[in-house]
Design a protein around this ligand. Sequence first.
Ligand code: COA
Ligand code: AMP
Length: 628
Amino acid sequence: MAGGYAHTMAEWRSDPAQFWLKAAEAIDWFEAPVTAFDPNAGSYGRWFPDAICNTCHNAVDRHLPTRADQLAIIHDSPVTGTVTKWTYSDLYARVNALAAVLVDQGVSRGQRVIVYMPMIPEALVAMLACARIGAIHSVVFGGFAAKELAARLDDAEPALILAASCGLEPGRVVEYEPLLSAAKELAKDQPPVLYFQREAFPAKIAGNDGDLTALYGAALEAGRTVPCTPLAGTDPLYILYTSGTTGRPKGVVRDNAGHMVALAWSMPNIYGVSPGEAFWAASDVGWVVGHSYIVYAPLLIGATTVVYEGKPIGTPDAGAFWRVCADHGVVSLFTAPTAIRAIKKEDADGELPSQYDLSKFRALYLAGERADPASIAWAENALKVPVVDNWWQTETGWPIAANPMGLETLPIKPGSPAVPMPGYEITVLDDDGVPVGAGTMGNIAIKLPLPPSCLPTLWNNEARFREAYLERFPGYYYTSDAGLLDDDGYVFVMARTDDVINVAGHRLSTGVMEDELTSHPAVVECAVVGAADAIKGQSPMGFVVLKNGAASDTLEAELVAKVRAEVGPVAAFKRVIPVPRLPKTRSGKTLRATIKKIADGESYTVPPTIDDVGALADVEAAIAAYGA
Ligand code: COA
Ligand code: AMP
């Protein structure tokens, strides 16, 4: 690759607009952008305001002349015992067929479509079919329960829901139809659901719902095609809801043009992947890693994407990831550190990878949570390839900081996702917004404007967008992560500064769980913190103050069941510890960070603003009594 990291950053700094216009040459435009950036549009400017394009065209149609017979998608599903392979021409036929179904249903440009599907290739087809006609997809992760689903329905106001009839977790069928029916009852509107029927649990179709399998099958049989709708580069491609400080999820909006440009740049330069190679992001289409690196980025560059419906362990064992890499000639695997910790627990000496032919495998990428140095060391030793941490967020859609393996391999410092990517001017600020020196912890902020792909706004809520991200430090995007930059410009991302916790690579709001606990009649008030967990990174722990006489032997089970039913199993909420009172500041703010330190057995300083210092001893005693 011409020019290393320093050269690339210098190129970007000297002329950001030119840098991104050059990157935009990787995209097939209906009308190529002339202006890279309009600083006067939106809250901080908009990328590629005059481009006309279609993401589905770039991910599918564009490859037909050169790679029609190349594999586009490999679905490897140990939970069903199947492997399905589709070429780009198969994908073209399927996306067209589903787009035809959408058109038949009256879905049009700008309308929202909720996709509620597990890791099946039809999820990708559904997303691409929406992109084809300019409908805005919003994928909801299968591990969320009805109430979370309803919150997303109310905010996105979809015209249609595309769902699978079930998901398959090891040893458990997740029936989607009852979840959707419950969500529709809670939601203000009841859009129709089209079900893609899976053998394990076909959905009962009633009311205004329909059978996607039949409609899609018929459209496929008939060879129906639907042209790609020319869209403004700034039109939304999707909304992806993510957890914020309050119970209400934030609808992160992604545009078409900026997203394509950034992702297409990232594949060769960050992940070192070329067209025709097999790339595997072992995440879920319901998360941003899945959107960017299972679906869009690999397909945009004409690579083969692996869609894995299984777990790192137990399907059938801790060698599953290496089996998939070997079977499909994967060159780069992208996963969450929690998956590596789970594998490491079962294969402590790292013996399983050597049982597979990993001759094509070049690098392991980790993101979604802090990559702990011990897991990195284990993976390097077991796999004998670079293990590369990268840091980003749903809001950005691609790495803020990474080791750009395609440009050059920079020295790896375990515990750091390395250096800023072009477009991101990372600055660490103290609480007053003053930049701090190298080595000092503070709030990680990014100087505006954000680069292409980053959210221009929150769906239907510009005010919340500004308040959550732009107003805390004027002139900067506030990441809500705390950390530091070292003397070499490496960033270390240590913790969230808000009430978001990261459980097994899943971003969750403690506020949502607290809402469920406080709505139980026995609970007066509560605090949920993310206590350290050896495998999941963090695991939620609930502290509850009970009404007099409300304690009971079944209370913990009731509260655990409530969070599971209302938020979803993915919250992995299992522990409830009654306390006589919560430690608070004199202004009434619960001292969650201090409670977390106590739960983690760390030393802590008594906050000077504490109202009643005795409440800390109560928490310590309650944890000791619980045996956590
Ligand atoms: N649909 C329905 N339920 C789901 C689900 C889904 N898509 N994903 C997870 N769940 C359920 C699990 O079945 C589990 O239910 P249980 O309480 O009945 O056992 C619960 O949610 C918690 O799941 P999880 O946190 O994933 O724990 P686990 O013990 O099943 O697995 C790991 C642990 C580490 C193996 C697993 O979390 C993992 O693979 N993590 C990687 C995460 C990832 O890829 N994140 C994306 C960011 S890059
Ligand atoms: P999500 O939006 O689900 O991708 O979660 C984003 C959050 O996960 C970030 O704000 C960080 O708190 C955390 N995160 C993601 N990647 C990393 C990483 N490489 N190192 C440290 N934290 C990370």
